[in-house]
Design a protein around this ligand. Structure first.
Ligand code: ZN
Length: 248
């Protein structure tokens, strides 16, 4: 047990360093989960092509370069073939030990599932479960974990939602790099100032862009809007510091 913990601690430390030094391309893989029993999700996944996720890579690279990361391609985001096995589910009210067990299972799952294809496994693995929007108006919470460099995204199998799905995928990728949420979990309001794209703007609202880890832009003090695409999103300074695009 102690050995496992020691190895895990070492590998967490190594992962954190090697994914945030920004001196070579970081490889991210998007793995759609094959939903054999759901025709809408199945059709959506079979239509998925690299251009559907292209704006994630473009967004991350433009933002990175804006913070002075001066390599040609800081991040590569690639679509992988669908995976048939579903990621382990976390129980709604799990205690700390159940959570540890779940995260260990998720890491083992990610290792197994990302090696199933012919392509070399990426450093960061994002598994995307597509839900049929006619049956599910809302989907479970997505997660991105720096420990294990793995994320699970719940998305909608709809062309209309592809660009919003990509906002969620970008958010979870940044969690795997150590970025924290910048919204109030009760009200979903972006936190001021870290969750504002332009905290110095006067008047403060409406904000034209959303900060990626806040997930919403403030229209006024009470109204917060999910951006329709990554064109309306920026990486704020607090997030850039967390993922080491910027230094204090
Ligand atoms: Zn989050």
């Amino acid at each position: 047990m102690l050995l496992i913990l020691a190895v895990a601690a070492w590998s967490n430390w190594y992962d954190k360093l090697s994914t945030t030094d920004w001196d070579e391309t970081l490889y991210v893989g998007i793995f759609p989960i094959d939903e054999a029993e759901n025709a809408v999700a199945r059709d959506y996944i079979s239509d998925l092509s690299a251009d559907r996720v292209a704006d994630i890579e473009r967004f991350l690279n433009e933002e990175a370069q804006g913070y002075g990361i001066d390599i040609a391609r800081p991040v590569s985001v690639e679509l992988y073939p669908p995976v048939t096995e579903r990621p382990p589910e976390r129980a709604a009210d799990s205690n700390v030990f159940q959570n540890m067990w779940w995260s260990l299972k998720l890491r083992m799952y990610a290792r197994r599932a990302s090696r199933a294809s012919d392509k070399p496994p990426p450093q960061i693995r994002i598994f995307v479960i597509y839900h049929d929007p006619t049956f599910s108006r809302s989907v479970p919470h997505s997660v991105g974990m720096q420990k294990g460099l793995v994320g699970v995204v719940h998305a909608f199998a709809s062309d209309r939602m592809t660009r919003t799905n990509n906002v969620v995928i970008a958010h979870e990728i940044l969690h795997t790099l150590g970025a924290s949420d910048k919204y109030d979990p009760e009200t979903l309001a972006p936190l001021y100032p870290a969750g504002y794209a332009e905290p110095d703007k006067s008047p403060r609202t409406p904000q034209p862009f959303a900060e990626v880890m806040a997930g919403r832009r403030a229209i006024d003090d009470q109204t917060f809007e999910i951006p329709e695409s990554l064109d309306r999103v920026v990486v704020g300074e607090a997030t850039a510091l967390e993922i080491r695009w910027a230094r204090k």
